[in-house]
Design a protein around this ligand. Structure first.
Ligand code: FPP
Length: 233
């Protein structure tokens, strides 16, 4: 494979439709989605991708039924508690972006412990939780304003100074963003970081996303000419 992205981000959409198609409760779709995430993380490592960001729970998702929200929170908590050994063994660094203070204190503690235990991993899995792109920008603006004169010392690179206030400032912007299940929207995902990202949309529902579809997304990415507003060399 000639041109491999360094950072892929995924809007894991279609879990509910997958569950419906299989005559099962929605939470079973999310469980199948968590299995798909494990598979895709392995494909990423296999081809040399260094960062994977996934949209697991948006700031809007709190409006879903209590049953679905608590089911998703339990699924996340179980994922964090049961995957520790595997993540450490596989060299995966686990990190969370988003408004983590919206989560229960127990879940926040579990996240912080897993982040600490996996911090030596050379592959990074970023999980967006209670995440909204506008929300991240607004929180960054507050941090930026609080820096005051420090930021003014960098008038030559205000975008760089602002970027440092985002949730994962050390992580390069995503090269490729994938959205499954046929929706053609960005849905408030990584608004600041996606300025020059390539997009790949597929009708496949997230729990069905497999190696073939992953390879198709990478092949499509490899054909793109990324000029970032500049001239083609
Ligand atoms: C969108 O599908 C998916 C979500 C809102 C949740 C995604 C969460 C997971 C895959 C859980 C696993 C994550 C981790 C880190 C363990 P949808 O419910 O909107 O599907 P629909 O549009 O078909 O109803």
């Amino acid at each position: 494979m000639e041109k491999v992205p360094e950072h892929i981000a995924i809007i894991m959409d279609g879990n509910g439709r997958w569950a419906k198609a299989h005559g099962r409760p929605r939470i079973m779709g999310h469980r199948a989605g968590a299995d798909a995430l494990d598979r895709v993380m392995h494909y990423c490592k296999d081809v040399g991708i260094k960062y994977l960001t996934v949209y697991a729970f948006s700031t809007e998702n709190w409006k879903r039924s209590d049953e679905e929200v608590s089911g998703l929170m339990r699924l996340l908590s179980r994922y964090i508690r049961t995957k520790e050994k595997q993540l450490v063994k596989d060299g995966v660094r686990f990190r969370v972006i988003g408004r983590r203070t919206d989560l229960s204190e127990k879940l926040q503690r579990e996240i912080a412990a897993l982040e600490e235990k996996t911090k030596g991993g050379e592959f990074t899995l970023l999980v967006a939780l209670s995440y909204g792109g506008r929300d991240e920008i607004v929180r960054a603006a507050l941090k930026f304003a609080a820096k005051g004169l420090d930021a003014l010392g960098r008038l030559d690179d205000l975008e760089g100074a602002f970027s440092e206030c985002m949730d994962a400032p050390d992580v390069p912007d995503p090269d490729l963003i994938i959205r499954t299940s046929g929706e053609l929207r960005t849905s408030n995902f990584l608004l600041w970081e996606s300025a020059y990202s390539e997009y790949y949309f597929t009708d496949v529902l997230w729990p069905d996303f497999g190696r073939d579809e992953f390879d198709k997304a990478l092949a499509s990415y490899a054909t793109r000419e990324r000029r970032k507003g500049g001239r083609l060399k």
